[in-house]
Design a protein around this ligand. Structure first.
Ligand code: SF4
Length: 166
């Protein structure tokens, strides 16, 4: 059975920076959870950050730029939390490798989990194109990353992956 890496906050874990979850009410996600197909990770908690914690945004680029040392993660007060975000991304990658994961559903717009858009580092709600640090690292090794609004795409790829031998 093909496993799917998923942001822990999407399945009810209260691990967001504000101590809340971002639970997605979706029949497929509920079914995959019952099947034992979902592998939950919260990169920011795994990287050593607390719940709750100050919100952070990527300053000067996206997750790829962070991995290349060209952008940093900062809280609104200017604290640099880049190392924790990179450690969390590496943890997520280690879990994905252990579980032979090829697909991930990660929370949209998060500086760790965002896969197509992130906040722009100004803490004004403005967004920019790009992915978070964990999504960028997973993509580097060939894992296909979607957000919670793309369940139809996950279904399509899942069908193809399970329809052919590994
Ligand atoms: S790091 Fe990812 S899993 Fe953790 S709270 Fe943020 S979006 Fe959710």
């Amino acid at each position: 059975m093909e496993k799917i890496l998923i942001s822990a906050c999407l399945i009810g874990r209260e691990v967001r920076y504000d101590g809340q979850a971002s639970t997605v009410e979706d029949g497929w996600i509920a079914r995959w959870q019952r099947q034992g197909r979902l592998v939950a990770v919260c990169p920011e908690v795994a990287g050593g950050l607390s719940v709750p914690r100050p919100a952070a945004e990527i300053e000067g680029g996206d997750g790829t730029a962070v991995l290349e040392g060209q952008a940093r993660l900062k809280t609104e007060n200017g604290d640099d939390v880049t190392d924790a975000f990179i450690a969390g991304a590496r943890h997520a990658l280690a879990v994905a490798r252990r579980e032979e994961i090829r697909l991930a559903i990660l929370k949209a717009r998060s500086p760790s989990c965002g896969s197509s858009q992130i906040y722009d580092g100004s803490f004004t709600g403005q967004k920019r194109r790009g992915s978070g640090v964990t999504a960028a690292l997973l993509r580097r090794v060939g894992i296909t990353v979607f957000h919670e609004g793309e369940i139809d795409k996950v279904l399509s790829i899942l069908g193809k992956l399970e329809g052919r031998p590994r």
